[in-house]
Ligand binder design. Structure first.
Ligand code: IMP
Ligand code: MG
Length: 184
């Protein structure tokens, strides 16, 4: 039994993801040459995306990690908790924030607001996936997403860093789980 058996449909193949990652990395490499940017991974979902991006950026840069937890339930909507903060002082630094997915937008909105208060020289936002909402006003986007990997339809996806109950992050592609997996 492999984790592939739990996937109903593949949204983005490994090749499609890798091609897009290379494009984004090439743009970032050009833009940040000579600036020693700090690339910030939003754990855990952004880990694969961030690692693949920096592997393709052949310039001096630094990396750091941040872990946040968002409570999108009705009672505590908009509340985001920092589980792990950065080790690096970002004041006067060029930062690149790498996140897995923009769903409600609550997490990134909070995070970007918080990081801006620390006076970085510039902020660049990369999101691998953006979920397309029927009503776009439900998605917080109070900032620019500079690099968007793919727009996907509004469904729960796993793979390439994204999890369901902490599993499936290690799939090299992005897909949708079979219904029976949720009933296990
Ligand atoms: P937000 O709703 O934009 O704040 O997203 C919160 C977090 O939920 C994201 O950073 C992801 O880690 C996670 N998330 C949102 N949608 C999905 C999904 O379809 N699959 C897996 N994780 C998701
Ligand atoms: Mg995330």
């Amino acid at each position: 039994m492999t984790i592939n058996n739990d996937i109903k449909e593949i949204f983005l193949t490994e090749e499609e993801i890798q091609n897009r990652v290379s494009e984004i990395a090439a743009d970032l490499e050009k833009k940040y040459e000579g600036r020693n940017p700090l690339v910030i991974c939003v754990l855990k979902g952004g880990a694969m995306f961030m690692m693949d991006i920096v592997k393709h950026m052949n310039i001096p840069l630094e990396i750091d990690f941040m872990a946040v937890q968002s409570y999108a339930g009705t009672q505590s909507q908009g509340v985001v908790k920092i589980l792990k903060d950065l080790d690096t002082d970002i004041s006067d630094r060029d930062i690149i924030v790498v996140e897995d997915i923009l769903d409600t937008g609550i997490t990134l909105d909070y995070l970007i607001g918080l990081l801006r208060q620390r006076n970085p020289k510039s902020v660049c936002v990369c999101a691998l996936l953006v979920k397309e909402k029927k009503d776009p006003s439900v998605q917080l986007r109070n900032y620019t997403i500079d690099y968007e990997g793919f727009t996907i339809r509004d469904e729960f996806v796993v793979g390439y860093g994204l999890d369901y109950n902490q599993s499936y992050r290690n799939l090299p592609y992005i897909g949708v789980l079979k219904e029976e997996v949720y009933n296990k």
